[in-house]
Write a protein that binds this ligand. Sequence first.
Ligand code: ADP
Length: 478
Amino acid sequence: MIETFQSYIAGEWVAGSNITIDENPSDLDSPVGEFGVVDAQRTHDAVGAAQKAQLGWAATTPQQRADVLDAIGSEILARKAELGRLLAMEEGKPLPESIGEAARAGQIFKFFAGEALRIPGECLASTRPGVGIEITREPVGVVGIIAPWNFPLAIPAWKIAPALAYGNTVVFKPAESVPGCAWALAEIISRSGLPDGAFNLVIGSGQTVGQAILDAPGLDALSFTGSVATGNQLLRSAAARGLKIQLEMGGKNPLIVLADADMDKAVQCALNGAYFSTGQRCTASSRLIVESAVHDEFVERLQRKLAALKVGPAVAEDTDIGPVASQQQLDQDLSYIQIGKDEGASLLWGGERLDPGPRGYYLQPALFAAEPGHRIATEEIFGPVACVIPAADYDQALALANDTQFGLCAGICTTSLKHAIHFKRHAQAGMVMVNLPTAGVDPHVAFGGRKGSSYGAREQGRYAAEFYTTVKTAYTAA
Ligand code: ADP
């Protein structure tokens, strides 16, 4: 029997309308389930329910909130294989990566269970005699969460968990293509001991449900991860109504390979960073900037690795790279591959549609030799498409790495301590990797970027408190 993924509003499951197939990008003939969408009125009801529940939830003890988050984290961890399988089928990430993501979602809830017990404050003496000052953190209120499809368990987890830990209530809208993961997460959250209305799931399109969240008068803050175009649109709307907002958007992340690098490690970093998860990570390395002295050797070795990659169904045991997540994303990838050819970049490897068996969105990973100004070297593609760019030396490589509108993550492969230290200081990015792929971050430390990649406070780790709390300064005369 096919599962129907429902919304969850004010403690009730809501079927929604326009029942639609939830597609399996690895096998279009075996859908994951089906789902209905809610309308703007239902979305406003969810914000209203969150508003009603907020003061009560904020008044719970840190231990009560910690217990709820810990229960959610424990169940996700205990069921990581099952949740990972759902994720693999719905998003197309190979099974081991999907199970890893489910485990990470569980760990994030457990981390914030601990953070609920460690909400920081300060106590200072006043400049006036007999007066004391306390600086405390309070919840922001009702937080809207708009999430993308590429990490359908981990990204919602790293927004929902801190929101609840600090006493906020939540209205969560997943991307339309991953309602199953959102529903599974909501189902676990619904049994964790939260009061009705403290957590709500609204399934529907960005245009209707996303816009309705933003328009709801009861909303106090919005956390968004997605495309630059949508993020910028939300930023303008949020500014117009004075809404606190946090945006994680695109990347065009550079990985520099210097001549002194351990070449095996550098090739593996490039392969993993550029192509794993089908290149559908905002931290993916899409610009491989390679010192000229080792450029040809690097390209040859990377091509050999690419030739050995097995592209196939997400749940097949021998799959290295799963399908592209959707027809829309596949069209975008193919269109950029054509753009690359048209603008004179040379296709060194791949870029063809593949047919490994079941009907799905399979694409051979592509590697271009490009010039820094090419569109494929400047615009985010969000697929298994990377380009290699030569650089005369470290200084030119750094200049090329920083010459982008984005600033999410930047990597370098080198055995030079001098260059590693210089790069960590001078890379214009929110995250820097030395001898590691640009994608793949820890769940307990700050995540976020600079320039066009991000806006507002950082996510994750204890830095999440910046967005999910507001500071109060209290003066007391003895
Ligand atoms: P992508 O291209 O990766 O799908 P989007 O920015 O379109 O990125 O989508 C990210 C999230 O933003 C999804 O949940 C989507 O439904 C939502 N979204 C898209 N358009 C809007 C909008 N106008 N208002 C609010 N949310 C939106």
